[in-house]
Design a protein around this ligand. Structure first.
Ligand SMILES: [Zn+2]
Ligand SMILES: [Zn+2]
Length: 179
């Protein structure tokens, strides 16, 4: 039961990740202030919203989820479920940063790197999920990315993308800088 509650919490995070990103940060359903820092991240791809702001958001969302989960699942499984959400959230924060500062090292990495960077440089109305494309597929916002075009100005802020002035051969055909 504990494992299922933990996994269900992690899966719930993937939905929250999608809903927050699309409706709160881009469509501004909960006001412009919450979206402001995310749009700054879009403008400067090496800048991230402060962790304190995320902790504040978590301080609102997590008690609400716990209030829903505990009556449904009981205290033990309810808390375990919320822990799964927290685990998913922390893993997402690490993954999102990694996408911006390190080169991908696995097939999953190459997929989510392209998926998220297309959201940045292709179309910000597509690919709102970062850790997976599941909710983009469900809500019809998924774009399959084969070739990614990164503006030269932004490419300079992705330290792993360029070696000198050129895209290294292992990334060629996948990430193509343009002036
Ligand atoms: Zn990003
Ligand atoms: Zn975005």
């Amino acid at each position: 039961m504990a494992t299922i509650a933990l996994l269900a919490g992690g899966f719930t995070w993937t939905l929250l990740e999608y809903l927050l990103h699309r409706f709160v940060f881009h469509e501004r359903r909960l006001g412009a202030e919450l979206a402001r820092e995310h749009l700054e991240h879009h403008a400067k791809v090496d800048w991230f919203a402060p962790m304190a702001r995320k902790a504040l958001l978590a301080a609102v969302i997590l008690p609400l989820l716990t209030l829903l989960a505990v009556p449904l699942l009981g205290w033990g499984a309810g808390w375990t479920y919320t822990s799964g959400v927290v685990g998913g959230w922390l893993a997402y924060e690490a993954l999102h940063r990694a996408i911006h500062v390190w080169a991908p090292r696995s097939a999953y990495g190459r997929f989510v790197w392209k998926h998220h960077l297309f959201h940045h440089f292709g179309d910000p109305r597509r690919n709102h999920g970062v850790s997976s494309p599941v909710w983009d597929l469900v809500f019809g916002t998924y774009t399959r990315v084969t070739t990614l075009s990164v503006p030269a100005r932004a490419a300079r802020k992705l330290p792993w993308l360029l070696e000198g002035d050129v895209v290294p051969e292992r990334l060629a055909g996948t990430y193509v800088g343009r002036a």
